[in-house]
Design a protein around this ligand. Structure first.
Ligand code: ATP
Length: 271
């Protein structure tokens, strides 16, 4: 549908500018900073809110929305910022960031401090599903964010988030099952899992974990009118995961071309 097309086109443009930043005459840039459990992503938009550059790095500085390596997190965000500034020939000033739902009181301050210590002026902090929906533009349905440590669910009705939940099953659990199955250590399993060439074979191995994620979704949406599920987050990159989730939940499941970039782009759009 039209929404998916718009979303996919935006993601494609972003993937292009990660490789080759776009020369821009903008006098102002907006940066989205996504501090994830597995990956830190920076998305830079020009004054017309179109992608001009981006960069990401795998890192273990955040766990389930909690900053566990503060200095490491600041260093990576600063390095990525400087790398992008060099490529664009400008200084990046404004940034937005996001928090997993329900962690604001807990650790929100740390994420804000990381972004500011890296040299940004923070203009906005929003929760992850709301950020994702800045790009998706859903009015009704569920945004399901399958990340590293957790699966986050946000239910929208008439354009408003009416429920958010976050439960502890995600890509880490897939990796643990893969490690056990192939006698890999965790890092080897992570690397093996991220290679799309292995996805057909892996889908069978991790199916029980995806069924568990599906039952989490089913329980959370119970009592709400949810006709569509929109999958985002790194773990949604697993080829075929949408088919299992759709079958198990009985709800139409839609996945953008690169679900990993939906939340980071949405954060930048909110800047
Ligand atoms: P959380 O939401 O739990 O804090 P996060 O925001 O870091 O985590 P994401 O970056 O959305 O989460 O997703 C990270 C997870 O996605 C990791 O488990 C990682 O292994 C997995 N992942 C990343 N790329 C792929 C891929 N191509 N195929 C399968 N899984 C992937």
């Amino acid at each position: 549908n039209e929404m998916t097309l718009h979303c996919n086109k935006f993601i494609q443009t972003f993937e292009t500018v990660i490789k080759t930043p776009k020369k821009s005459k903008s006098d102002v840039f907006y940066t989205g900073v996504d501090l994830g459990t597995a990956c830190i992503v920076l998305v830079v938009l020009g004054s017309d809110y179109q992608p001009v550059a981006g960069a990401y790095q795998y890192a273990n500085v955040v766990r389930d929305g909690m900053v566990v390596d503060y200095v490491g997190a600041v260093d990576i965000v600063r390095e990525l910022k400087e790398e992008l500034e060099k490529k664009l020939g400008t200084t990046l000033v404004y940034a937005a960031a996001s928090l997993p739902p329900g962690t604001d009181g807990l650790d929100g301050g740390a994420i804000k401090n990381v972004v500011q210590s890296a040299g940004f002026e923070l203009t906005n902090v929003l929760d992850e599903p709301t950020a994702a929906n800045q790009l998706l533009g859903l009015t009704d349905g569920a945004v399901v964010d399958i990340g590293g440590g957790t699966t986050g669910i946000a239910i929208l009705e008439n354009g408003k988030v009416v429920k958010v939940a976050d439960e502890a099953t995600g890509g880490t659990h897939l990796s643990l099952v893969i490690a056990g199955n192939y006698k890999f250590n965790f890092e080897q399993a992570e690397k093996y899992k991220r290679n799309v060439k292995h996805h057909d074979e892996l889908l069978l191995v991790v199916k029980p974990v995806i069924q568990k994620i599906s039952s989490i979704i089913s329980n959370q949406v119970k009592g709400y009118k949810v006709n569509d599920i929109y999958l985002v987050g790194g773990t949604a990159c697993l080829k075929g995961i949408e088919t299992i989730i759709e079958k198990e939940t009985g709800i139409k499941t839609i996945k953008p071309i690169n679900p990993m970039f939906v939340t980071p782009i949405g954060i930048a759009l909110s800047c």
